[in-house]
Design a protein around this ligand. Sequence first.
Ligand code: MG
Length: 162
Amino acid sequence: MRIGMGYDVHRLVAGRPLVLGGVTIPFEKGLLGHSDADVLVHAACDALLGAAALGDIGTHFPDGDERFKGIYSIELLGKTIHLLQEKGFALVNLDATIFAQAPKLAPYRTAMQQAMADALRTTADNIGIKATTTEGLGYIGAGEGMAAMCVALISRSPRLSS
Ligand code: MG
C-alpha cells in the first residue's frame, strides 16, 4: 500500500461555471483556471500521482499546453489513473475535503462521487467527499476562492503481481 496527498486552490470569479468533482453546480461564480479549474479533481490527481511518486498534475498536464485549455478536468483524472495503471498500481480509495464558504455542496456529493468513480473506473463507495466552510475566515471565507485536499491509497495491481 502507498499513500499520496494533494492540495489545490483556485480563485472564484464571476462569469465562469462552477465545476467540482466533474459536476457543474449552480452558483453565481466559478473557479478561474486554464482548464475548468475543478479544484477537487486537481487535488485528487495530485494525490494519485503522489502516491505513485509520478510527479504532479503540472508535470503531466501543463497549464500552458493548449491541449489542456478549457479541458473538463475529470478527463485528466481518467488520464491520471491510466498513468498509475501503466505503472502497475490500482486505486484502493480516495478521500477529499472541499473548502468553500458557499454554495452548500452536500446536495451534489453523490453526483461528484459517481463522476469521479466513473473516471477512476471504480465504485462510488471508494470516493469520500466532504465539504466545509472556513467560518467566514480568510480568502475562502470571503468567497474569493476555494481549496481542496485529497488523500489517495493505492496498491500494486493484483493483475500484474505474481
Ligand atoms: Mg488546479
